[in-house]
Design a protein around this ligand. Structure first.
Ligand code: AMP
Length: 283
């Protein structure tokens, strides 16, 4: 496994791999690798012959009050995990190599990036869209795997690739959870044992919605307050949003129509930690 820090070097390697007819798969992360990230690498390996893992804590997707400076960066440990997972190249550039002094071009997703996470975290999705576009240009992959854990991010990236005619196939990978149902996240280390326990209400809420939709209850508006009650049953959990959306457009949905796919989106403040989770429902 090679560790590359220079974008031009990475691009030259990717170009050479393409000339040698290698199928390149990329997995983009901010590091602090966990089972969720490793599952994406496994998905990529099912399809691609060469795997590039990017590790970059992207300052442009953090608001000034967010955790950019304290975000975990256990690089040695990440490199060992990547090697064990069969990664061929780790691309981990320093911030200055990605954003030069005169950097000024950004990618703005449209309305898809303006609600939910985009509303709670202004500027977040232009930061994401810009870095994803840059990393796709640098690593030149045939496929790129992203987790459903960040469902709105995935929708923004799928839209961006279509809108900007980027020649890459986007693969979605399912959410990996711990034994209590909590979606694994690098930020879970900020949770105290008590908060981690309390946070299981997110998964309970999603499971409740699944049962209700299976009944079938197509009136999504009646399910939302039920999920809210479950989440609020934990005193340390404060919901920011609970909303069903059309899985394609991310437009809020009140009533479900047979044959369509919806997603329940959750953002919940648990103590000092903000958690997001979601589940897809085919009606
Ligand atoms: P991050 O390092 O948090 O920016 O995440 C990098 C990629 O890993 C994104 O595509 C995430 O959606 C994905 N990811 C993060 N957590 C999980 C999880 N628990 N299950 C599956 N994918 C995940």
């Amino acid at each position: 496994m090679q560790i590359i820090t220079d974008p031009l070097h990475m691009q030259a390697i990717a170009e050479k791999l393409r000339l040698n007819r290698q199928l390149i798969g990329v997995v983009m992360t901010m590091g602090a690798l966990h089972e969720g990230h490793l599952s994406l690498i496994n998905e990529a390996r099912k399809i691609a012959g060469t795997i590039i893992l990017t590790i970059f804590v992207n300052p442009k997707q953090f608001a000034p009050h967010e955790d950019f400076h304290r975000y975990p960066r256990p690089f040695e440990q990440d490199a060992a995990h990547a090697k064990a997972a069969g990664v061929d190249y780790v691309f981990a550039p320093p911030v200055e190599a990605v954003y030069s002094e005169n950097f000024q071009t950004t990618v703005h997703p449209g309305p898809l990036g303006e609600q939910f996470e985009g509303k709670q975290r202004p500027g977040h999705f232009s930061g994401v869209a810009t870095i994803v576009t840059k990393l796709l240009q640098i690593t030149r992959p045939h496929i790129a795997v992203f987790g459903e854990k960040d469902a709105q991010q995935l929708a923004v990236i799928k839209r961006l690739v279509k809108d900007l005619n980027i020649d890459v196939q986007i693969i979605e990978a399912p959410i990996i959870r711990d034994e209590n149902g909590l979606a694994i996240s690098s930020r879970n280390i900020y949770l105290s044992a008590k908060e981690r326990d309390a946070a299981t209400v997110l998964y309970k809420g999603l499971c409740h919605a699944e049962r209700r939709i299976a009944e079938p209850c197509l009136d999504l508006d009646t399910i939302v307050p039920e999920v809210e009650t479950i989440i609020k049953s934990s005193l340390s959990c404060r919901p920011e949003y609970i909303c069903f959306v059309d899985d394609e457009t991310f437009q809020p949905a009140s009533k479900a129509e047979k044959g369509k796919t919806y997603r329940l989106l959750l953002a919940v403040q648990t103590g000092t930690v903000r958690l997001i989770d979601n589940r897809k429902f085919m009606v």
